[in-house]
Design a protein around this ligand. Structure first.
Ligand code: DPP
Ligand code: ZN
Length: 886
């Protein structure tokens, strides 16, 4: 496989003005008639037309109505001798067939539960017809769908429905058609069609500008009672984008359709978003608070793409973060803006940063490290990453920090004035934000700022304070560095906005002459604070103002001060994490560490109790503080990783916290368990989260003490809970403490929800992700794969078992006998034959193998080598394992 490089970009040799597609939908053999009008791009030397195609059967090619000569070369349809530029536009008609029922890759046109769906991003449209399948070719689409009326009563595509009715003539008995016209030009990756037995929740809205719109959420019959939250989220999204950015809905009709077979979370096809059911369906009986929150943010995300992605799209796939980083930033802001209280905003910020640090930082330090705007790829599907999405969002957030919220809105306005209807680059975006804010730091530093797009790796900021008591002067030295990443040995300094403040030893915020935002541009800076009475405690990188690792040598006393008093909730949480981290790392470094050994001291436990019992802090915030850093996060802090040691230490810490705070957990549980009506708002979900953590801790403590009361209460809660959050938390508490009541609870849960696919996913995931005890998880996972409800072809189900084990359960996965890795290699190979995109995600589970201690390291390399040795791997998996072994 050959790498595609950003610097090789060339404009297309032809433009496609219009596309008229006609589908005869049949699962075994769908016929696609594609009539296009093309013209040569006068800016590019005359050359052959090369259309992308994949797994298509070609029946006919006509140019201006005449048979034309063509050849197939490297999968492409090549036409020479096309009309010259002077002859103007010409017609090209291509007739192909494809087999949707056999499409297990879920790219292009496929069948799920008897209905047709499409997924075209990034390069799926070429599996539907021959095309210039690249985002800078934007065309006007007319789509006619023809199908059996009984099996496919609903026929949808992008834009507006202009005609529909029965089909006439022989062979068309019981068949009907629908014709859709999309008024907006679009790249092929935004094409979509849906056909099947679906029902819709509908809502008519009037926008601020007075336009009337129809919103629809389509699901399978029987799921309508789970669509209210998605619709509410969609309405909130429409209102938010108008209010915050002045961006209105530009469509008469906006549709969301849910499917249970989907590679990603959701897809922003123009006017016809297609979603994984996981991000649409929710009611209190089947979905947790986390599900509700995810639905809100994914519905928002896809809706916001309508402007950032669809109206202005990417010139090429290297620019993916242009739309994804920006749209993640927008959905994060949306969810924050929906919070009634500032404390809830902070909780959301902490959660987002936690994702960044546990998933993106490892990526940026591993073999797949790449800049937010990558320089090359073999398979673009491998670059839908946390770097492009989450780090990309942080880069946009830093721009907002540098120009201010109003300045950023002005920048967005200029971006759309300049580029509406175009396919552009990350440079164009950054330029627009800077140009709208001529006096800003961003404008002044733009070329350097853009290193965030070009340099991979997580920068490290080292901070050291020096206190001169005699002079009352505190000098803070900030130094930045960034480790080499594949292909980038040396890094230039980044522009790093550091939000900061000083606390007195009593925790009071000190007034200083220094601004609250310091912008690093050099390798090293000194910031001097004068006129201080005593040595201050610095609070740096407030709100996580830049995606960097902050190295700072705090004393325990300083961290305790920050935890108790910092006015910045992010750093308050961070101080607690640092206290826990320090203790964990010390125990992990102890070669004599034995199970059950004490890791936590009284000062730490008292501080945790203080937070837990605090009269004014939010429950959601308390839950975050009382949750220990994850095993993955701990591993990232180490040069050599012994996953079993990390697991043992973290488990010991959990157990100790459970026992030492026993009465406090009891109080917290009783105080926060609600029995009132269910609401998924941040306040009530925070209370449930804290009650859930308390219950888990109480069951864990019961494990050592032999107490049967709390497991009994958990079982009772599991049975009586009025919502899925409480029910699932109770079930998890029993499973995680390996109590004997876990088995009957699991059985009962399965019986209750055997017809709810998304709930069964939770049931599978809980078991595959449960804390390992003497290697018990892998055998359980193998059993789960034999369960009648397991189905490897369904991505959600495959992820719920296999990914929950390989990617989210380090203690269970990294086994000294290498059996976890053998299992992983077998599954990667098995999945690759079905769905390379899903397989390649799984292949990432061993990204960090080089850091592993023996015997894990050698065993992991062997497993990787075994996968790499397979002859007919997909490009997707081949790229991942090749880079890992490099
Ligand atoms: N569906 C994916 C997303 O919205 C890719 N565009 O991020
Ligand atoms: Zn997106």
């Amino acid at each position: 496989p050959v790498a595609i490089r950003r610097e090789d970009y060339q404009a297309p040799a032809f433009w496609i003005d219009t596309v008229d597609l006609c589908f005869d939908l049949d699962p075994a053999k769908t016929r696609v008639l594609n009539k296009m009008v093309l013209r040569r791009n006068p800016d590019v030397p005359a050359q052959a037309l090369r259309l992308d195609g994949e797994e298509l059967n070609l029946a006919r090619v006509l140019v201006n109505g005449q048979g034309a000569s063509f050849r197939i070369e490297g999968g492409q349809l090549v036409l020479e001798n096309l009309p010259a530029a002077e002859e103007g536009p010409f017609a090209l008609e291509i007739f192909t067939t494809c087999a949707p029922a056999k499409n297990t890759k879920l790219m292009g046109l496929y069948v799920s539960n008897g209905s047709f769906f499409t997924q075209c991003e990034a390069e799926g449209f070429r599996r539907i017809t021959y095309f210039l399948d690249r985002p800078d070719v934007m065309a006007s689409y007319t789509v006619t769908l023809r199908a059996d009326k009984t099996a496919y009563p609903v026929l949808l595509s992008n834009g507006n429905l202009v005609e529909h009715g029965p089909l006439q003539g022989e062979g068309n008995e019981n068949r009907h058609y629908a014709k859709w016209v999309d008024p907006h030009k679009k790249p092929s990756y935004l094409f979509a069609l849906v056909a099947g037995k679906l029902v819709a929740r509908e809502q008519r809205i009037r926008s601020r500008l007075g336009g009337d719109h129809l919103l629809q959420v389509y699901v399978r019959p029987g799921d309508l009672d789970k669509t209210e939250h998605a619709m509410q989220s969609l309405m909130a999204s429409v209102a938010w984008d108008e209010a915050r950015f002045g961006l209105p809905l530009d469509l008469e009709r906006f549709m969301i359709v849910a499917t249970s077979d989907f590679n990603m979370g959701a897809m922003e096809n123009k006017g016809l978003n297609i979603f994984n059911t996981k991000y649409v369906l929710a009611n209190q009986a089947t979905a947790t608070d986390t599900d509700f929150a995810n639905i809100e943010s994914v519905v928002g995300h896809e809706y916001f793409h309508n402007w950032t992605g669809n109206r202005v799209t990417c010139r090429d796939w290297f620019q993916l973060s242009l739309k994804e980083g920006l749209t993640v930033f927008r959905d994060q802001e949306f969810s924050q803006d929906l919070c009634a209280e500032p404390s809830a905003r902070a909780v959301k910020r902490i959660e987002d940063v936690r994702v960044l640090r546990t998933a993106q930082f490892p990526e940026d330090a591993g073999p797949m490290a790449h800049p937010v705007r990558p320089d090359s790829y073999v398979e673009i599907n491998n670059f839908y990453t946390v770097t492009v999405y989450e780090k990309g969002a942080e880069v946009v957030r830093m721009m907002q920090t540098l120009v201010g919220r109003d300045g950023f809105a002005a920048g967005m306005k200029l971006y759309f004035e300049r580029h509406d209807g175009q396919a552009v680059t990350c440079d164009d975006f950054a330029q627009a934000i800077a140009d709208a804010n001529p006096g800003s730091e961003l404008a002044r530093l733009l070329p350097q700022f853009k290193r965030w797009y070009s340099q991979a790796g997580t920068p490290r900021v080292h901070a050291a304070g020096q206190w001169d008591a005699g002079a009352g002067r505190y000098t803070l030295t900030l130094t930045q560095s960034c480790a080499p990443t594949p292909g980038q040995a040396l890094k230039e300094p980044f522009v790093i906005p550091v939000a900061l403040g000083l606390l007195g030893a009593d925790g009071q915020e000190l007034q200083t002459q220094q601004p609250a935002l310091f912008v690093m541009t050099e390798a090293q800076h000194q910031i001097v604070f004068e006129g201080l009475a005593a040595e201050p405690v610095p609070s740096l990188l407030r709100g996580f103002s830049a995606p960097v690792i902050l190295d700072i040598d705090y004393s325990d006393a300083q961290l305790l001060t920050l935890l108790a008093h910092d006015s910045d909730p992010f750093n308050r949480w961070e101080a607690g994490q640092r206290l826990a981290l320090r203790r964990a790392l010390k125990a992990i470094g102890d070669d004599g560490f034995a199970d059950g050994q004490t890791v936590l001291d009284a000062a730490f436990i008292d501080a945790m109790r203080e937070v837990l019992r605090h009269p004014r802090l939010d429950a959601a915030f308390k839950e975050l503080v009382l949750t220990l850093p994850s095993e993955t996060y701990l591993a990232e802090q180490l040069d050599v990783v012994d996953p079993q040691r990390i697991h043992a230490v973290r488990e010991a810490m959990r157990a100790q916290l459970a026992e030492a705070l026993l009465e406090d957990w009891q109080w917290a549980y009783e105080e926060h368990r609600d029995n009132g009506a269910y609401q998924p708002d941040p306040r009530s979900s925070g209370r449930r989260a804290l009650a859930g953590l308390a219950l888990a801790q109480l069951c864990l403590a019961a494990r050592t003490s032999g107490d049967t009361v709390w497991p009994g209460k958990a079982y009772q809660r599991f049975k009586d809970a009025g919502n899925m959050t409480d029910r699932f938390n109770a079930l998890s508490a029993l499973v995680a403490s390996a109590h004997e009541l876990a088995a009957p609870a699991l059985q009962r849960f399965h019986a209750l929800f055997k017809d709810e696919a998304l709930v069964l996913d939770k049931w599978f995931a809980l078991q595959a992700g449960s804390p390992d005890r003497n290697g018990n998880v892998l055998p359980a996972v193998k059993q789960l794969m034999k369960h009648a409800d397991f189905n490897l072809r369904n991505p959600n189900r495959a992820r719920s078992v296999i990914f929950s084990y390989c990617n989210a359960n380090p203690g269970g996965f990294h086994r000294a006998d290498a059996a976890g890795y053998v299992f992983w290699a077998d599954r990667v190979i098995e999945l690759d034959a079905i769905n390379p995109q899903v397989a390649a995600r799984l292949a990432r589970a061993l990204d960090r193998w080089k850091k592993l201690a023996e015997p894990y390291r050698t065993a992991a390399r062997e497993a990787l080598a075994r996968v790499a040795a397979k002859a007919d791997l997909s490009n997707d998996v081949r790229e991942v394992v090749t880079r890992a072994l490099d």
